[in-house]
Design a binder for this molecule. Sequence first.
Ligand SMILES: CSC[C@H]1O[C@@H](n2cnc3c(O)ncnc32)[C@H](O)[C@@H]1O
Ligand SMILES: [Zn+2]
Length: 446
Amino acid sequence: MNDSASFVAHARWLIPVEPAGRVLDHHAVVVRDGRILAVLPSAQAREQFADLVQVELPRHALIPGLINAHTHAAMTLLRGLADDLPLMPWLQQHIWPAEQRFVGPQFVRDGSALAAAEMIQAGVTCFSDMYFFGEETAQVAAAAGMRAVIGLIAIDFPSAYAADADDYLRKGIALHDAWRGHVLIRTAFAPHAPYTVSDEPLRRIATFAEELDLPLHIHLHETAHEVAESEARYGMRPLERLAQLGLLSPRLIGVHATQLLAGEIASLAAQGASIVHCPESNMKLASGTCPLPALLAAGVNVAIGTDGAASNNDLDLLGELKTAGLLAKLGAADAAAAPAPALLHMATLGGARALGLDEEIGSLVPGKAADMVALDLSAPHCQPVHDPISQIIYAAGREAVTDVWVAGRRLLHERRLTTLDAAAIVAKTAEWGERIGAADHNQDSG
Ligand SMILES: CSC[C@H]1O[C@@H](n2cnc3c(O)ncnc32)[C@H](O)[C@@H]1O
Ligand SMILES: [Zn+2]
C-alpha cells in the first residue's frame, strides 16, 4: 500500500449513504492504508489525526465511489455507430457485424481504456463488465486502479474470442483463476441473454456459479419481443425458464427488466435477486420501461448501469440517475417516486450488494475500502445548496467531479487523471474511429 493511501479528507458535506439520506456538515473521512478508519467531525479529526496528510474539500460533497453495474466497456469504440434503431436490428444488422469485424484483444484494450478514463472522470470507481476478451478489460482496469467485476461470458455463436459453449466456459474459468485473490478485480458469470444461450450452458453456468460462489449477470426481459419469442420457443417467459434451469437465486443480476409481471417482481424479491436498471439504453433503443418504483416497493435490490456506450451513448452514471429519477416520476405519475437518496443508493450500496461487494464498498463507513468521490458544488448551476444529494443528481452531474479515490489511491486529482494518459487514449481512439468509420456495418446494404 502506498503512502498516499493514508490521509484525512475534510468535506463541506459528507454523504455516507449509510444511513440513507444522511448528510454530515463539515465532516472528515480518516483513511489508513486504503481503508476507512473513522468518520467524524472535521475539527475533531484535525486534532486526533494531525500526523496524517489533510486533504481539503471546502466546497465539496464527498460520496462513496459510484458503481456502474452493467456496461460493455470496450463498446466506447462503437459509440454513435448505429443510432435510432430498436434492439434486435441494432444488434443483428449493425453491432454484431461490426464486432465480428473489429473485436480482438487490442480493440478491447483500447476501448476499455477509453471507458476507464470516462468513468473515472464521472466518479465511477467500480464497473461490472460483459464483453469479449475480458482478460484485457481486467488488465486495463487494474492498471488504471479501478475496481471491476469481469464477466465470464457465454453466447451460442462463435466469435474471435471463443468457438463454442465449452470454449467460452473454459476461457471464463481460466480468467477467473488468473485473477483470483486480486484486490481490485473480481469475476461474475455473464451469459449474454436467455435468447442467445441454450439450456445446457445455462444449467452448467448455474452449477459453476454455486461452486465458485460468483454472481450471475445476464440481460433479462429487455424487450417485449424477447418475452414473446421465449413463449413461442420454450412455452414460458425467460425468467421462468431461468428459474427452471437453476439461475433464479440471490446470485442473479438481471439487466434491463422492462417486462415484469407482478408475480415476477415478487419472486425476484423472494429470491433476493438484483435488477440493474439501464434507463437511457432502454429509452434510446425504445426497449421499454423498468418498473423501478414497483421493484423498490417490493424490496428488490436495484442497481444502476449505463449499458455500453453504443446504446446510451455515454458512461455518465450521475446522468443515468437523473434520468432514472425523472422517468420513475413520470411513469408512476407520482413526483414522490424514486427520491434522490434512493437513486444514490442504486449507484452505491445497491450496486455493491448486487455484485456481492457490500462488505467492501458502497458506503463510507469504518472498515470499508476508501472508494470515494468529491464533487465541487460551488459552480453557479449548483447554487444554492439546499439539499446536497438532490443537487448532485439533478443539478451538478459529472462535471462537478474533481477527485476520485479507489482503496485510498487518488485516480483523479483536481480533475486530472493520475493513472491514465488521456491524450494517448484519445489519439488511439481516433485511429479506431477512422478504421471503423471507413467500413460498412450494415449487413443489409450488400
Ligand atoms: C457476449 S459479450 C456482450 C454482447 O452484448 C451485446 N450488447 C450490448 N448491449 C446490449 C444490449 O442492450 N442488449 C443485448 N446485448 C447487448 C454486445 O454488443 C456484445 O455482443
Ligand atoms: Zn448490455
